[in-house]
Design a protein. Structure first.
Length: 221
C-alpha cells in the first residue's frame, strides 16, 4: 500500500511548508519518510541535491534534519536540561552550551524549569521542550508533527510564534498540522493531501482564500 506519493520539501532559504489534510491523508507518513523512519518504496528523496533515500535516520540528522514528533516523546524521567543535552549529543561541548542558551532564550519557561523532570511539565511546556530538543543539533530543516495536538490555545500561540521566530532566523520548517487556520497563518506555502496524493499546492494565502477547495479537502475553512 502506498501511503504518500510524491512530495516537495521546504527550500533551504527558510520557508515554512504546511502539509494539510484529514486523518489518514498521509501527513505523518511524510514526516516519517523524510526522517528515515519509514522506508520509501520507490523514487528518491534528495536534500541539497544529495540522494538520501537509503540513508538511516541518524545520518539524516547529521545532514541537518530534526524531528518534533507527534506526542512529544520526551524522556520523562530526565530533567529539562538533560532532555536538551540528549538532543545535542552529536554536537561539540561548545555548541551544546550555545544551543542551550538559544533554547532558553526562545523559551524562558524552560530556563525557569531546567531542573524539573519533564514529566512534571504542562503539555505546552513539554511541547516547548520537544521543540528545544530538536533544535540542539542545529538543524537546517525542522520537521514538526501535530504541534497543536492537545494544547491549550495560549500554548498553541506561543509554540507557533516560536516557529515563526525560528523561520525568521532562516530555519526551513515542514509542518504537519490539523489546525488548518493556524498552519496557513504561519506557513508560506501549503500542500493539501488526499489519500496520500497532493491535490492542492500553492501559497498559504491561495489555499486560505479558496473556500470551496478548503471545504472539500480539509473539512472546514
Amino acid at each position: 500500500m502506498v501511503a504518500v506519493s510524491g512530495f516537495p520539501l521546504p527550500s533551504r532559504e527558510g520557508r515554512i511548508l504546511a502539509r494539510l489534510g484529514t486523518n489518514g491523508a498521509g501527513k505523518t507518513s511524510t514526516i516519517l519518510a523524510v526522517m528515515g523512519h519509514v522506508q520509501i518504496k520507490s523514487g528518491t528523496l534528495s536534500i541539497d541535491r544529495r540522494d538520501v533515500t537509503r540513508l538511516p535516520a541518524l545520518k539524516r540528522t547529521e545532514l541537518g534534519l530534526a524531528l518534533v514528533p507527534e506526542g512529544r516523546r520526551l524522556f520523562t524521567d530526565l530533567t529539562v536540561a538533560e532532555n536538551l543535552t540528549v538532543g545535542g549529543y552529536s554536537r561539540a561541548r561548545a555548541d551544546e552550551k550555545r544551543n542551550l542558551a538559544r533554547v532558553f532564550d526562545l523559551f524562558p519557561r524552560l530556563a525557569e524549569r531546567r531542573g524539573q523532570l519533564a514529566a512534571s511539565l504542562s503539555g505546552g511546556e513539554q511541547q516547548m521542550l520537544a521543540i528545544g530538543r530538536a533544535l540542539m543539533p542545529m538543524p537546517r530543516l525542522l520537521l514538526v508533527d501535530e504541534l497543536s495536538l492537545g494544547l491549550m490555545p495560549r500554548m498553541v500561540d506561543l509554540c507557533f510564534e516560536a516557529l515563526r521566530q525560528l523561520n525568521r532566523e532562516g530555519l526551513a520548517i515542514l509542518l504537519v498540522e490539523q489546525n488548518t487556520a493556524m498552519a496557513l497563518a504561519t506557513a508560506s506555502r501549503g500542500v493539501v493531501l488526499e489519500l496520500g496524493r497532493a491535490v492542492i499546492t500553492g501559497s498559504a494565502e491561495e489555499i486560505r482564500s479558496n473556500t470551496r477547495l478548503a471545504d472539500a479537502y480539509l473539512g472546514s475553512h
